[in-house]
Write a protein that binds this ligand. Structure first.
Ligand code: B12
Length: 178
C-alpha cells in the first residue's frame, strides 16, 4: 500500500517525523487490518481457510523483531526487492506498507523478482536514504535497528506512534512509475 505523495512530502524536513506521517501510521494499521478482515471473509464465504498473523504488528522490544516479517512475505511473493534503505522496493516504490494473510486457496505462486530497483545496488551511487537518516542507523554497510528504534521512540513520545520514515521519503525509489 503506497502512501500518498503529500504524506511523504510532509515528512521530508527536520529530525522528527511529521504529525501527518504519524497519523498515517495509525490509519494504515487500521486499513491493513480491515482489508485483511474483508479478504478473509471473502475467502471463507467461498469455502477457503484464511487468517493473518495476529502478532504481525507487534515487535519484541528485547530483540526488536516480530515473529512475522511482512517484507519477507512480500519478497517471496514477488512484490519487490530490498533497497539500501532496508525497505522493500516494489514496482510503485518503497514508500509504503505491507499486509499479508495465509490461505489454502490454490493460487499459482509468483516468483521472487530478480531485477534490482535500488539505485545504489544498481550503480553504486545514490545513498540518499543514508544521507536522510537523522541517526546514522542506516549506512552503506547495513542497518542498526536499535539506533533507528531510539529515534522512533522520540517520535513515539511526541505522537504516540513508533515511527520515523526519513529513509522512505525524498529518495528516488520512494515513488516509482509502474
Ligand atoms: C520491528 C519493526 C521495526 C523496528 C526494527 C526495524 C528493523 N528493520 O529491524 C523499528 C521500530 C526500528 C522499525 C522502523 C521502521 N519501520 Co518497521 N517494522 C517492524 C516490524 C513490526 C517487524 C520487522 C521484523 O522484525 N521482521 C522480522 C525480521 C527477521 O525481518 P525484517 O525486519 O523484515 O528484516 C530483514 C530485512 O532487512 C531483510 N533484508 C534486507 N536486505 C535483504 C535482502 C534480501 C535478498 C532478503 C531476502 C532480505 C533482506 O533481512 C532482515 C533481517 O532478516 C515490521 C512489520 C512486520 N511484521 O514485518 C515493520 C516494517 C518492517 N516497518 C516498516 C516501516 C515503514 C518502518 C519505518 C519507515 C518507520 C515508519 N513507519 O515511519 C522504519 C524503517 C526502518 C528501516 N529502514 O528498516 C514497514 C516496511 C515497509 C517497506 N516498504 O519495506 C513494515 C513492513 C511495516 C508494514 N506493515 O508495512 N520497524
Amino acid at each position: 500500500m503506497p502512501f500518498q505523495p503529500e504524506v511523504a512530502l510532509s515528512n521530508v524536513s527536520g529530525r522528527h517525523a511529521s504529525k501527518r506521517w504519524a497519523e498515517c501510521y495509525g490509519e494504515t494499521n487500521r486499513l491493513i487490518a480491515s482489508l485483511n478482515a474483508d479478504l478473509i471473509e471473502y475467502l471463507k464465504d467461498r469455502g477457503y481457510r484464511a487468517a493473518f498473523a495476529q502478532n504481525a504488528v507487534h515487535l519484541d522490544k528485547e530483540i526488536l523483531m516480530s515473529c512475522w516479517s511482512q517484507r519477507h512475505v512480500a519478497e517471496i511473493a514477488g512484490l519487490g526487492r530490498f533497497g539500501l534503505n532496508n525497505l522493500l522496493i516494489t514496482r510503485v516504490g518503497s514508500c509504503g506498507r505491507f499486509g499479508s494473510l495465509v490461505t489454502d486457496l490454490p493460487i499459482t505462486p509468483d516468483v521472487p523478482e530478480i531485477e534490482e530497483r535500488c539505485l545504489y545496488k544498481l550503480t553504486g551511487k545514490c545513498q540518499k536514504c543514508v544521507k536522510n537518516c537523522p541517526t546514522g542507523a542506516l549506512t552503506e554497510d547495513g542497518f542498526d535497528r536499535r539506533v533507528c528504534f531510539s529515534l522512533c521512540q522520540e517520535n513515539e513520545r511526541m505522537y504516540g506512534a513508533n515511527i520515523c520514515g526519513k529513509c522512505a521519503v525524498d529518495i528516488p525509489c520512494g515513488f516509482l512509475k509502474p
